[in-house]
Design a protein around this ligand. Structure first.
Ligand code: PLP
Length: 240
């Protein structure tokens, strides 16, 4: 099933790119493998999938270790608390959910010298949900400028997770806000190449809005049981 699901998502990406007049190679597929085990990921790898997204740090570190034989691109897409930055810096290739300077600074300090720079995206809250992760659009430029200067990191782009939209035009409109911010940062000289917008339900609209990476979990791996860890808005700024 996993291989067929990946194929059908790739077909959707290709069709959306054609309809948007874009090169299908310009949109990457991230398979969101949170809560699924290494065997499921191995099946996806066999189907040609190389980019994976994980939300729960310890669970991800175990799987990254178990799948070390493959050259995979691992993205941390969940909230990163201060006491987890070292694990993230030591094991992931990307962190796509940066929304405060302090976490980026810790990742910069903790990225091991023998690894390539940690690739980052800033998560932006384009639709203003108060309890949502992501930096507010009016604070994005300042944060991006600071993050871009940190050693051992490379700022690559933006991620956003808007609320589900009612239809294609509404989804495209909300994703267009992320695209506009992406353009703004590039006009400021930041040289970003990654716009991670679009999930199973709205990937076509996101691709029309300029997505370069769509994130798909359940449509590849199936439904998830309860998460292995609770994701809350609580933050642990005091942890050294
Ligand atoms: C879980 C998750 C996804 C995938 O969601 P599905 O509903 O499983 O397709 C995409 N992006 C982020 C940030 C996620 O946490």
């Amino acid at each position: 099933m996993i291989a067929e699901n990946i194929q059908s998502i790739r077909t959707r990406i290709g069709a959306a790119c054609r309809s948007a007049g874009r090169d299908p190679e310009s949109v990457r597929l991230m398979a969101v493998s949170k809560t699924f085990d290494a065997a499921a990921i191995r099946t996806a790898v066999t189907a040609g999938q190389t980019v994976f997204g994980e939300n729960y740090i310890q669970e991800a570190v175990d799987k990254i270790g178990a799948l070390r034989e493959y050259a995979l691109e691992w993205h941390c897409i969940g909230p990163v608390q201060s006491n987890k930055t070292r694990l993230v810096a030591e094991h992931f290739g990307w962190v796509d959910s940066i929304d405060r300077l302090k976490i980026a600074q810790r990742l910069s300090e903790q990225r091991p010298a023998h690894l390539p720079a940690l690739q980052l995206c800033i998560q932006v809250n384009v639709d203003g949900g108060v309890n949502k992760a992501g930096v507010a659009p009016n604070e994005l430029l300042a944060l991006a400028r600071l993050v871009a200067q940190l050693p051992r990191l490379r700022l690559r782009g933006l991620m956003s997770i808007p609320e589900p939209a009612v239809d294609f035009p509404a989804a495209k409109a909300v994703h267009a806000r992320a695209r506009a911010l992406f353009e703004l940062l590039n006009a400021d000289g930041l040289e970003l190449d990654t716009l991670s917008i679009g999930m199973s339900a709205d990937l076509e609209a996101a691709i029309h809005a300029g997505s370069t990476m769509v994130r798909v979990g359940t449509a590849i791996f199936g439904g998830r049981a309860a998460p292995s860890q609770t994701v809350t808005a609580s933050r642990d700024d005091g942890v050294a």
